[in-house]
Design a binder for this molecule. Structure first.
Ligand code: G4P
Length: 289
């Protein structure tokens, strides 16, 4: 992560979030559709329990549609509104306002009864770094500018961004921390590129990714790298086979594993292996919760 989280930092962020929470009617939590568990803040349910909530499964363009559908059902079953988006192409962006109004319909009806017709719904976007918060806010606001800084919490001098006449967003998203003490979470965040600073060397990361892909998505590995992934082989052996097939050699006929490692990570992150989700709702409780 670009941000170094430490306990004091987290306490400050929590405090700022609590302040922002007073200003909004609902909280929209942005997750990476490929890794909804790992991209979720571990304390989020507790932090935002007082407000109606929406989950946005972003980067849905890179996730397996069937698995994303199951995630939507899962979050809906928890009483949350859920949409899926691809912020790069705007797919799903127009579902945002209607889904929020549906979530808040009782509240809106009460406002109307009290004569507060036209009171705008106010919401905040929260999520871990790199999940797409700035891109989403810019899309919703219809502007192209400014990535927000990776700064914990929500900055002072809050501004409201109009999505439409009756819907406003806090223009600075709340930046939350992932469950970084869980090594599996760290790995998955690194696979997807959410963690830019290497948590381990590229080769080791690629061995882990290759092993996972060969186990979960052997067809994709077969298709892309023209190799038969042996389910009992180590990650480095499969990566080596892929490197050999690509002709990545260094002197002495050895395989250039470092090059192949970079290629695998780049290709996975660019979606060249297809739409692959790394987490399913069935994994809840296994090792992530
Ligand atoms: P943040 O504010 O939460 O930190 O995230 P930000 O919007 O900066 O987005 C992080 C990266 O994710 C950006 O890529 C952004 O383009 C990409 N992104 C956001 N939403 C989506 C989406 O729905 N699908 C896909 N495929 N990517 C998305 P980047 O590599 O930092 O920049 P660039 O590729 O846009 O140049």
């Amino acid at each position: 992560m670009n941000i170094q989280w430490y306990p004091g930092h987290m306490t400050k962020t929590r405090r700022q979030m609590a302040e922002s929470l007073k200003l909004v009617d609902a909280v929209c939590e942005l997750l990476d559709a490929r890794i909804p568990l790992s991209s979720r803040n571990p304390d989020i349910d507790e932090m935002f329990s007082s407000k109606p909530r929406m989950v946005i499964l972003n980067k849905a363009d890179q996730a397996d549609q069937n698995i994303t559908r199951r995630w939507k059902e899962y979050f809906k079953s928890k009483g949350m509104a859920v949409i899926e988006t691809d912020c790069k192409t705007r797919r799903g962006i127009n579902d945002f306002a209607p889904a929020l109004r549906e979530l808040l319909k009782d509240q809106i009806a009460k406002w109307n009864e009290k004569g507060q017709v036209g009171r705008p719904v106010r919401v905040m976007i929260v999520g871990i770094p790199n999940v797409g918060k700035s891109t989403l806010i810019n899309q919703l606001a219809g502007r192209k500018t400014a990535k927000t800084e990776d700064r914990p919490g929500v900055t002072r001098g809050k501004q409201w961004v109009k999505v439409d006449e009756k819907l406003e967003l806090l223009d600075t998203p709340g930046i939350l921390w992932p469950k970084f003490d869980d090594p599996k979470v760290g790995l998955r965040l690194a696979f997807t590129g959410a963690v830019k600073d290497a948590i381990m060397d590229t080769e080791t990361l690629a061995f882990e990714l290759m092993k996972l892909l060969a186990t979960e998505y052997p067809d994709k590995v077969r298709e892309r790298y023209k190799i038969e992934p042996d389910p009992n082989a180590e990650g480095w052996e499969i990566l080596e086979a892929a490197g050999r097939k690509r002709g990545f050699l260094i002197s002495g006929g050895e395989i250039d594993l470092d090059r192949m490692a970079k290629v695998l990570l780049d290709e996975y992150r660019a979606g060249k292996l297809g739409r692959l989700s790394l987490e399913t709702p069935e994994m809840i409780g296994e090792n992530n919760e």
